[in-house]
Design a protein. Structure first.
Length: 256
């Protein structure tokens, strides 16, 4: 590790230590992970977390408000879920969000993810697992709309250039919550894959900050940028490169 990398690692470690505490999840600092923590003892925590992650775009306060209006506690009772009232959010109608929840209620998510990840190249296990989850959701319902399709996203295609594929930010965010375990990330799928196999949940704001910190050379929001940013962080922390994601997110959020 060169001097520049050592300086960056020290900076990120300091930011991680500051942010890795439960006080970072509060109404004054809204984040969708706050809602996930409310249900952390539920058997359906993975389903709840996927809903929270897939709606994690836009204004954080509005996201948390919307998630609070979704009857997430009803995953244990699909009949009640089917007759519940759902909110709308930006590109998603109430029917879009309801269709997602009804599909998730039918799927053994961890089994689907593990079957795909275990048969994938190790360095792509996360993306293969995500693609399997996306396909399972689409197979569990005949419902389709533009908002629903946006919510699920296009599955990873190993035959396409990473420059022409999206960053999978919201899905990678879900996996961070599921695989990692610290004061914030819950680790409810801990052991399915290693934290070293995770990818940075990259969006426009994180990309800008990564350029400023020298993690990325150019601002971009495609899969190749995710690979580059994750590789750069892995040189600092090969066992847990995504450890710094929440701290990066908070730094970027507070600058806006």
């Amino acid at each position: 590790m060169n001097t520049q990398q050592m300086t960056l690692k020290a900076q990120l470690e300091s930011a991680y230590t500051l942010r890795n505490n439960p006080n970072e999840l509060c109404e004054q600092k809204p984040d969708p992970l706050l809602v996930v923590h409310r249900y952390k003892h539920r058997e359906s925590i993975d389903k709840i977390a996927i809903v929270c992650a897939l709606l994690a775009y836009g204004n954080a306060r509005q996201i948390v408000r919307t998630l609070g209006a979704i009857p997430l506690e009803l995953f244990a009772s699909p009949h009640q879920l089917a007759h519940a009232t759902f909110p709308l959010y930006r590109f998603q109608t109430a029917d879009d969000i309801k269709a997602l929840c009804m599909a998730l209620a039918q799927i053994p998510l961890r089994d689907v993810f593990c079957a795909a990840a275990d048969s994938a190249p190790r360095h792509l296990a996360a993306l293969y697992g995500i693609a399997a989850l996306q396909r399972a959701i689409l197979s569990a319902t005949t419902y389709r709309s533009r908002g629903f399709t946006f919510l699920i996203g296009l599955p990873y295609n190993p035959d396409k250039s990473p420059y022409s594929q999206g960053a999978f930010k919201r899905w990678n965010l879900f996996l961070r919550w599921a695989i990692r375990k610290d004061c914030l990330d819950l680790g409810f799928w801990e052991g399915t894959i290693s934290p070293s196999q995770l990818f940075l949940p990259l969006d426009t704001h994180t990309s800008t900050l990564c350029v400023e910190l020298g993690i990325l050379e150019h601002k971009a929001n495609h899969l190749q940028a995710v690979f580059c940013a994750t590789d750069a962080l892995a040189r600092l922390n090969p066992h847990d490169p995504i450890k710094y994601d929440f701290a990066l997110y908070r730094i970027g959020q507070e600058r806006r």
